[in-house]
Structure formats: structure tokens, C-alpha cells
Design a protein around this ligand. Sequence first.
Ligand code: PXP
Length: 245
Amino acid sequence: MRLGVNIDHIATLRQARKDVYPDLLAAARECIQAGANGLTVHLREDRRHIQDSDVFLLRRTFPKTQLNLEMAAVNSIAQIACRLKPDSVCLVPEKRQELTTEGGLDVKDNVRKIKSISRKMQKSGIRVSLFIDPDAGQIKAAGEAGADMVELHTGAFAEYSDPRRPNFERSKAQKELQKLLSAAKLAKSLGLQINAGHGLTYKNVRTLVGPKNLFTEFNIGHNIIARAVFVGLKQAVREMKEILE
Ligand code: PXP
């Protein structure tokens, strides 16, 4: 199973002081050397962490590394994506007030808009993923919109499955897990590649690694960067890779 390391959190640390360190390219290099299969960055409309110059530098410096650009389904960012030509884009909902992406994209009620932006990307040779909740209606709509992949939102599963988190509740975690698995099976039957991400940790990702051949890629950031504070980035990435292998 492939690991995409979300390095937004490195840029968050840098932007906290609007400074030049930690060096995002150096961090990306360490992730790649440690076995990451790809890099994920979210160019938010408010540019709170990743900046335009970051994405172009990443593409130029690591042309052979899979680059996944998370983005809102808006024209201004779509134009940047067409110039950048990442390997894939992941369309996500975006709200200015949120701490991180909350909830999946509503594809069901926006099929035409998402189809149009997806086609634009695909014409530029970019694969399209849609970040959605594990819901049958959303999966079917993703198929209608012509997506290549879906990234299932694992946030609720993560929230309920960690005993340290205030919302910990084993039965709810189990329900969320079942939702993820049946959504993944439906997506697979529609020929979509299935990725997963959000709130995944060294611990909870093990549950998703078990059901073989469902998930192709995990996009994980926060927990890896948090671990890196103690063991260094390379070691933190290696540990996650070992779990996925
Ligand atoms: N996938 C998507 C679509 C996201 O928005 C995020 C958060 O930026 C992630 C994956 C990674 O989540 P986390 O940082 O919680 O691992």
C-alpha cells in the first residue's frame, strides 16, 4: 500500500512565524528517502500553510515523485493546477474558519461542476481524486463525475477510535469502519481507485491495512509530523511505511 505524506504541517510551522524554516524541500527529501511513495500538499485559498512557490519548487525539485495537490473546486486554483501539472489533484471542500478539512466534498449535489473541473484537470494529464465521506450516494456521484479515484474521509473513524480523544467510542468506531469498508467495496465495483486519509495514526491505520486490496493509498500527515518531533522525520516516515507494508 502506498504512502503519501502530507507535508502541509511542515509549512504550518514555518508560516506560524512567516519565516523560511523548516525547509519544506528538505523535509520532502527526507520523506522520499525514507520510502514515501508520494507527497501531498493542500494549496488552500487562504494560503495558510503551503504557498504557490512551494508547489512549483516541489514539482521542479522532485519531478519523479508523485505529487498530489489537494485543492478546492474553484477556478483560481484549477488554473494553478493546470500549470503545475501534479500527478493528481484531490478535490476537497474548503472553509476559511476550519482548523482542517471538515467533512467530505458534496459531489451528489454538484456533479456538473465537479465533472467540469475534473475534465479540465484530466485534459492536462492530471488524475482526479475526490475527498468524500464513506457514503454510497457520494461514491456513485463520484463515478458519474468521472473521477479516477476517491479518497475516503477517515476523520470520523479516527475520532471515535482513539481512546485519548474526547469522542472515543468503540461501537461508533466499529460503525465508521464498516461504512469505510462498504464504501470502498462499492467504489471498487465502479472501477475507482480507493485512497483514504484524515486523522490516521500509527495505531488506527492498522485496522484499514487489514482488508487487503481495498485501499491503494493512504495520505497521512499530522501524526507523522508529530512523531517526527521525537524521532526525526525519516524515522517517522519509515515507521508508517513499515505498517503499510
Ligand atoms: N487527506 C485530505 C484530503 C486532507 O485534507 C488531509 C488533511 O490536510 C489529509 C489527508 C491528511 O490528514 P492528517 O494530517 O490528519 O493525516
